[in-house]
Design a protein around this ligand. Sequence first.
Ligand SMILES: [Zn+2]
Length: 417
Amino acid sequence: MDHNRLIFNVFSEKKDRIRSPNFGSHRQFMYRNSNNSKFPDVHADRLALVALLNTLPFVGETLHIGWQVSKKFLEATEIISRINVTSMEGEIEPIERKSSGRHALSFSGGADSTAALAVMPHSTEPVFMLRSESKSRTLYDSQAALESCRQLSRLGYNVHIIESDFEYLRKPIGFPTDLSVSTPAILFAESRGFESIAFGTILESSFGTSGQSFRNYSESSHYRLWARMFDSVGLGYSLPVAGISEVASSIICRNHPIGRVHQSCIRGKWGEPCERCWKCFRKITLMNALDGNEMPTSGMEMIRRSKEVKLRLTEDKPIKHEGVLAYALERASGGGEIAESLRLLTKSGKIKTDWMQHWYPKSVNLIDPSYRNYTESQLMELLGGMNQNQIQTLESWSNNNDNDREEKLVRFLKLIN
Ligand SMILES: [Zn+2]
């Protein structure tokens, strides 16, 4: 701990370097409160959870925590079969969950975490992870997300902006695990008395429908691992929008008063999305559908202009969030021959997509119990629940690449190149 910074040192062993040759023998990552105030004290088990979230993919065999942790934490790590977690000799008391009625949301400024905030209690505190600047900067621009944070503050939310550089542990740059983004919220949980940490994870990710088939997320190894680990440090792991698709999170952002604070594009400035990236492409397509507009030919021309959009549409089989595209292209007519070819590829109009507008009630157990009823009533009011038929369509979701799809893809490729 440096006055306003918290610094972690990571040392690798031979087996780690075999697994992650790029990692090097010693790395650091740090956290800093963006208002430069003193970094709060953090329980040893929560420091260990942060270490685990940021190093797990690089560990060859053993993750040794260089400080004392509780027996409860170490026992919980036994759920990870790939590696062993050990710690400095001696043990400390575990940290129990508070009953403060205060909850955190890992907030990104995008549509999904904004939709999550819209259905969570008003006292929820958004925590934004500000990525440290570097010379090897990617195309990411934090200006729009910081503007989202400012707008939320003006609406009365207590927003925390914590800077970190943990994404530089990975080469190429990226989050070590998908939940690394919540580490600032974990570190501030004790000083703010958070009971739980929520994520803007939507149905396509949790229940697998952005990919080839539906999975029951509550039974997945991802859920069992992280719900257990968060619980071992006295924190709830909460997914308030796990039962809604990208279509529904966009509906919430379009209709709910706080929706205007979000921006999906992480490349453009606030109010000026880049209109070249994959997120912009999906957003424009979906918004035309929700507004009941015709698809402008210019929207489809973006595919020819943008290498990134081209790649996402043709290299991933199926396309990530292909169902969302099928939904949008079914409802926004026109768009010329490219749109028509994309409709064929995504089976738009052939598959049922109306379930995407509603909430999947079986996801209710993924919402933290202390505000579950509140969030459920918000979701029901804003979206309504899926009916039996829609639930069945969702649960039998499968989208495999076969010869028929390959042929359609070849025709689509010819059109856009
Ligand atoms: Zn963009």
